[in-house]
Design a protein around this ligand. Sequence first.
Ligand SMILES: *[C@@H]1O[C@H](CO)[C@@H](O)[C@H](O)[C@H]1NC(C)=O
Ligand SMILES: *[C@@H]1O[C@H](CO)[C@@H](O)[C@H](O)[C@H]1NC(C)=O
Ligand SMILES: *[C@@H]1O[C@H](CO)[C@@H](O)[C@H](O)[C@H]1NC(C)=O
Ligand SMILES: [Zn+2]
Length: 417
Amino acid sequence: MKLLVALIFSSILVVVCSKVSYRGAQVLTLNPGNENERDIVRELQVKYKLRFWRDPRRHNGPVDLQVPSDELLTVKQLLVLNRMSFEVAIDDLQESILAQVSPREAQFTLADFDYNKYHTFAEITAWTANFAKAHSKYVTRIKVGTTYENRTFYALKISTGGSGKKAFALDCGIHADEWIGPATCIHVIKNLTESIGTSGLVGDLLKDVDFYLIPSSNPDGYVYSWQSDRMWRKTRSPTSGNCFGVDPNRNWDSNFAGNGSSNDPCSDDYHGPHAWSEANVRAQRDFVNGIENLQGYIDIHSFSQLWMFPYGYTYKHARDYELLSKIASESVAAIKSVHGVVYTPGPIAEVIYVASGSTADYFYDHLKLRCVFAAELRDKGQHGMLLPESEIQPTAEEIFAGLLVIARNIREGNCAL
Ligand SMILES: *[C@@H]1O[C@H](CO)[C@@H](O)[C@H](O)[C@H]1NC(C)=O
Ligand SMILES: *[C@@H]1O[C@H](CO)[C@@H](O)[C@H](O)[C@H]1NC(C)=O
Ligand SMILES: *[C@@H]1O[C@H](CO)[C@@H](O)[C@H](O)[C@H]1NC(C)=O
Ligand SMILES: [Zn+2]
C-alpha cells in the first residue's frame, strides 16, 4: 500500500507547459537617447503589438522589448534604419522559459518543500496549510477571498499573541509572471516564524508587530502563467474585447483610469471596466482594510530593483515624503549590505513611471497609512521575469533585510497614524 502511494505521488510532475510558445522570440535592450528615440520605440511597440519588459515611459534608463520570432527581422531592420543600436538580452525566450524551472515532482508536504524552487499555486496553497499547522501557536491561515475563477487564496498571520499590536502587511505576486515575489514571500514567512523567541532584532520586532502576508495575490493569473502562457501578467476575467484579463495593479480606486493605465482590454496595463472589477482585488482590499492597527504595507513586484513609495498617479509629493524617503534609503542600504545589490529608492511616479489605480496609492490615501511601499525585486533585465531559481535565496535574504527596516520603523512608532 505504501509503495502504491509513493508511486502515485511520484507521478505528479511539475512542469511549466507554456502552451503559448515563445520559440525564437527575443528580448532586445535599447538605450533611447532622447524623446524622439523613445517615440520610435513606442511606435514599434504599438505597430507590432510588442511587449515591454521595461517601458520607455521610465525615466532614463534602458528599454526592453519582447519581439516574436516572425517580427524579429522587421523590427531589427527598422531599428537599424533609425540608427538605434540594441543588444539581444534574451536570445530565445522559449529556451529561457524552459531553463527557469526543470521538471520535478510536486511538493505537497512540508518535508518535500524546497524553498529555493518556484512553486505552483496548488503547492503554495498546500504549503500555507502545512506551515500554519506546523506552527499553529504563532501562525494562522486566513482566507483572503475568492478569485474570478473561484480559487480561494490565503494570508498567513504571524503573531506572538496578544491583541491590538501594530501590524505590517504585504502581498506578493499581484502580477502573475513575477514569480520571484511569491517565492520571496514564502521565505520571509518562514524566516519570521523561525525567529520567534530568538534574541536579537527580529525576535524583538515580533514581540510588538504582527505580520500579515499574502504569498500569491493573483492566483488565476499565476496558474495561467504556469499552465498556458509563462508571460501572463493580468487576471483572467473576460473583457468587452477579445482579450482576457485586467491589470490588478491598475484596478484600485485611486485616480482610477488616470494616466499610466490603459482603457484597451488587450493592453497589459488595462485598468478594467470599473474600479474593483476584479474579485481578487476586492478580496485583497477588504482583507487589508480589516486588519486592526495596520501601520505599514508593501506591494511586492519584479523586476528592476526599486524600493518605491506613493505616489504613482501623480508627481506631487506625498504628505509623508520625508519619512518615506528616509525609510526607503535605510531599506536600500540594508538590502545592499546583504549581497551588495543596489536598489533605487523614490516615489513610484519618479523612479519608474506614472501609474494610476495602484495598490500602494490606494492604501496610502484610503487607509491614511503613512508607511506604504512598492518594491521591484531582482534583477535589472538580464533575466527579468525569468530569474533563475538560484537567485531565490539571495533575493529573499536581501528583501528580508529591507522589510525589517520598515517593520522596525513601525515598531518605533514612526509610522503611527
Ligand atoms: C464560480 O462559482 C460559481 C458558483 O458555483 C459559478 O456560478 C461560476 O460559474 C464559477 N465561475 C467560474 C469562472 O468557474
Ligand atoms: C495626465 O498627464 C498629463 C500630461 O503629463 C497632464 O497634463 C494631466 O493633467 C494628467 N491627467 C491626470 C488626470 O492626472
Ligand atoms: C533570515 O533572517 C536572518 C536574520 O535576520 C538573516 O540573516 C537571513 O539572511 C534571513 N534569511 C532569509 C532567507 O531571509
Ligand atoms: Zn508588477
